[in-house]
Design a protein around this ligand. Structure first.
Ligand code: SF4
Length: 362
């Protein structure tokens, strides 16, 4: 592939033009595509919209397990045998304390994740009240992930000041029934549309490695472009023994970088986040993911503990990027240099595995 190919990827994306499905698939699977040149093209687009900033996100798993749904990749599904710590919604005090901790540790946005199909009317009101108190106390952006929502519930959360709703599409319409039977792709799309109609920003992403063909990832990328998703978490399936779907398929570090680049080129202005699987699947290429992506989760995922905060901060700094947070890069890195581990154990509360636990024995 000559340099004109990569130049045209970058210039099309910078001009807001939609890449054809064929080109997107080429980016994902064509062996003639050189991954370093592809990353360079994706980086030009990332830099134009996000500079050298890396936005750090911290997840708070505010209600874990006991979900009646059967998403086959999820440790909280009724069909999963993974021995996670089930707990109902954390107390108000606990959630507020954790919002404070997230703020003090430099988080720009506080994400609360609640397991389950979707909130009842009463639960929606509780969530709204928490959101308004956090917003009144800390200069944090607040994001909630709470399952399926209709227009009425989205309106209640919007009125409380919710900045962003997370609700992942996860996979393509065609592949959806393969990974979940208790709700549909359409249900998920309707939730996203309800959020949009009520003025809530949209965070919606995918899980790669669930047996989907590359063309399905292109379809998700195009759908999120059409929906104008502000934020796209790109997850790579983690192999939890006990889930219905255990084994990730086709996820080499190079393929993960191609996936992230394709999402950057198709959604040039979106916040592209390296989510679950960052440490596990990218391995020694992890830092390269910051060239297409401009954000990441710190410290872990719903039921898996990730790399330490200090290691992640150091990686960001070593590559010449800057952390977006209320505390600023200097304070965070001074702490890293002192070897002080940030006391961010929020996602880790329910973590049953570390990333190393998930790796196969060699
Ligand atoms: S992804 Fe959400 S809805 Fe599906 S099983 Fe897990 S917690 Fe339940």
């Amino acid at each position: 592939m000559d340099s004109a190919f990569y130049d045209s990827l970058a210039s099309s994306a910078l001009q807001g033009e939609e890449l054809s499905d064929a080109v997107c698939e080429q980016v994902l699977v064509d062996p003639e595509v050189d991954v370093l040149s592809l990353l360079n093209a994706a980086y030009a687009v990332r830099k134009a919209h996000w500079g050298n900033q890396v936005t750090v996100h911290i997840l708070n798993n505010a209600a874990n397990g006991n979900c009646p749904e059967d998403c086959s990749y999820c440790t909280q599904a009724k069909t999963s045998d993974v021995d996670i710590e089930d707990y109902p919604m954390k107390s108000r005090e606990e959630v507020l304390d954790e919002a404070k901790l997230a703020y003090e540790n430099g988080a720009f946005r506080y994400c609360m994740v609640f397991s389950g199909r979707g909130p009842s009317k009463t639960r929606t009101a509780e969530l709204a009240s928490l959101v308004s108190e956090i917003k009144a106390t800390y200069p944090l952006e607040v994001c909630v992930s709470a399952g399926l929502l209709d227009d009425d519930k989205a309106a209640v959360l919007a009125d409380a000041g919710l900045d962003r709703l997370n609700h992942n599409l996860n996979t393509s319409e065609e592949h959806y029934a393969e990974i979940c039977t208790t709700h549909t792709y359409e249900d998920r799309l309707n939730t996203l549309r309800a959020a949009k109609r009520n003025g809530i920003e949209m965070c919606s992403g995918l899980i790669a490695g669930m047996g989907e063909p590359a063309s399905d990832l292109v379809e998700i990328a195009k759908t999120l472009r059409e929906l104008e998703a502000e934020s796209i978490p790109v997850n790579f399936l983690l192999p939890f023994e006990g889930n219905e779907l255990v084994t990730p398929q086709g996820l080499s570090p190079q393929y993960c970088l191609r996936v992230l680049s394709m999402f950057r080129l198709t959604n040039p202005t979106a916040e592209i986040r390296i989510a679950a699987g960052r440490e596990f699947h990218l391995r020694s290429m992890e830092v390269m993911a910051l060239y297409p992506a401009n954000s990441l989760f710190l410290d872990g995922y719903l039921n898996a503990k990730g790399a330490s905060s200090n290691r992640t901060y150091q990686m960001i700094q070593d590559a010449g990027f800057e952390i977006t947070s209320d505390f600023g890069t200097e304070q965070l890195l001074a702490s890293a240099e002192r070897g002080t581990e940030h006391p961010v154990e929020i996602a880790g509360k329910s973590a049953v595995k570390t990333i190393d636990d998930l790796r196969p024995a060699r």
